[in-house]
Design a protein around this ligand. Structure first.
Ligand code: AHR
Length: 513
């Protein structure tokens, strides 16, 4: 049944939407057993473009307000996001990075060429201390990615020792000389990055042997993460799991990377971040579902070798990848962020929540000024992107118990192609149930019946991220077009909560006793 309904709850916007009523979500609170790792809400910061320099770190002498060189505006915005974990220094940069270049007095640190990203000179003024102190400032865990591609085992092992050891040794003495008495509390260490590509173009068998060697000698690393597959390369996962099957004590995580591209090519145009029509909206949001099927694929393989879920999936690069903004350095991967990105962010986080039994961490690429960033900066100005607001909205899922859901969804159809239009996840923490919903369709509202059963619902709260146009975005020096707004939630009747979702919307609903 279809009819027009006026939804007047979206801030000042009154949105007339055609709604239909076949969407249904059944919550199963009786099966809420898995904890959603807070680290699914993680981030990634690489020495790439203006992610670190200009975005996070401007140096203590900058006219941009800062604390020890870290931008105050960016730090405040990130703290409000409750970031759980941050990965660094790459990405591809990690397998070119020699950590001893980035410690000690800054004026003595050597400069290097950043061969992956624009061939620019990297002065190493942001190194181990600057990164780990930044994580302490944000109150988040650090995830350090070691160099396998162009580094050696000794260099990696010494870095782990420099960071984590409380004993006396040449490395810990060096750390103390550089001003840090106590070790940092770092749990996560990645052993190489994309070693099937920029990290050395290796075969999985060769990398698996290297992994075992590095992981053995980096014994001080509490949680070691092997480089996993690119998107749909099941053979890489198969070989890695097989060759490390007997070594689960040295493998705690296996990474996975999947970027969402409107036009699926690494060599030609991927499409503009802002100047697009519905064909590229459709291809992007339908492609985002691949994060779901790829997880099923890789987890299925892992299950054969590790039926007890001892090795976590670390989805440490994900997000939308478009052409760079016109006039910007092609090697800097700077792109704007629209309502389309908010949809993909909401979908990704729901998908990871729903795989909570295996997904231990996810890191959106990247935190500031690169790819699907939550923050963009231009000199002293800062913009919070639609993706930022989705992360803010979803933060209540961190560390909550996943409530399994059955989702029956209408189709979003474009030029004869169809995809599911509703993507959802739910969780419970401290007596509060949080349900997050995404409607992918940019033209049509969707009515969703949520069967909440016996769940008590005295207090009901809602929030929404939506837009008037699919390529709306927040720009420098202008009022925000996309932000978090309150969303009115109707009282449930007979155990069913009816949610009228506007077109292209991400919604959070909370129920508490
Ligand atoms: O995030 C940008 C790049 O994408 C990373 O450096 C690399 O790991 C991936 O190919």
């Amino acid at each position: 049944m279809k009819h027009l309904r006026l939804i007047s709850t979206v801030g000042a916007m009154a949105v007339a939407v055609a709604v239909s009523a076949q969407n249904k979500i059944v919550l199963h609170p009786e099966n809420a057993k898995q904890t959603i790792s807070k680290d699914i809400y993680g981030h990634f910061a690489e020495h790439l473009g203006h992610c670190i320099y200009g975005g996070i770190y401007v140096g203590a002498d900058s006219k941009i307000p800062n604390t020890n060189g870290y931008r105050n505006d960016v730090v405040d915005a990130l703290k409000a996001l409750k970031i759980p974990v941050l990965r660094w220094p790459g990405g591809c940069f990690a397998d070119t990075y020699h950590w001893k270049d980035g410690i000690g007095p800054k004026e003595k640190r050597p400069s290097i060429i950043n061969t992956n990203w624009g061939g620019v000179t990297e002065d190493n003024s942001f190194g181990t201390h600057e990164f780990l102190d930044f994580c302490e400032l944000l109150g988040c865990d650090a995830y350090v990615n070691l160099n396998v591609g162009s580094g050696d085992v000794r260099e990696a092992a010494e870095w782990v020792e420099y960071i984590t050891s409380a004993n006396e040794s040449p490395m810990t003495q060096l750390r103390k000389q550089n001003g840090r008495e106590d070790p940092w509390n770092v749990k996560y260490f990645g052993i190489g990055n994309e070693n099937w590509g920029c990290g050395g173009n290796m075969e999985p068998e060769y990398y698996a042997d290297l992994y075992r060697r590095f992981a053995t000698f980096c014994g001080g690393a509490p949680y070691r993460i092997a480089c996993g597959a690119t998107a749909d390369d099941p053979n890489w996962t198969e070989v890695l799991m097989k060759k490390t099957e007997k070594q689960h004590s040295i493998t705690q995580g296996l990474s996975l990377h999947k970027y969402t591209l409107p036009i699926n090519t690494w060599t030609g145009s991927k499409g503009s971040a802002t100047d697009f029509k519905e064909d590229l909206w459709y291809s992007t949001v339908s492609e985002a579902w691949a994060m779901d099927s790829l997880l099923d694929l890789h987890i299925g393989i892992m299950q054969k070798y590790d039926p007890n879920n001892e090795v976590g999936v670390i989805f440490d690069e994900w997000g939308c990848w478009y052409d760079v903004e016109p006039g910007t350095n092609p090697g800097f991967l700077f792109q704007q962020n629209t309502m389309r990105d908010a949809i993909v962010a909401g979908m990704g986080l729901n998908i990871f929540n729903n795989h909570a039994e295996r997904v231990q961490m996810a890191n959106i690429a990247q935190m500031v000024n690169v790819l699907q960033a939550v923050i963009l900066t231009k000199d002293e100005q800062m913009v919070l992107t639609p993706t930022y607001y989705v992360f803010k909205m979803y933060a209540d899922h961190q560390g909550a118990k996943l409530i399994p859901t059955d989702v029956q969804s209408n189709k979003y159809t474009f030029e004869g192609k169809s995809t599911k239009t509703i993507c959802a996840s739910a969780s419970e923490k401290d007596g509060v149930v949080t349900l997050t919903l995404v409607n992918l369709n940019p033209n049509k509202g969707e009515s969703v019946d949520v069967e909440i059963g016996q769940l008590a619902a005295k207090t009901l709260k809602g929030e929404i991220v939506t837009a008037s146009k699919m390529n709306d975005y927040n720009d420098f020096g202008q009022a925000e077009k996309i932000t978090l707004k309150p969303f009115d939630v109707k009282k449930p009747a007979k155990g069913v909560l009816k949610v009228d979702m506007p077109a292209m919307s991400v919604i959070k609903i909370q129920l508490s006793k």
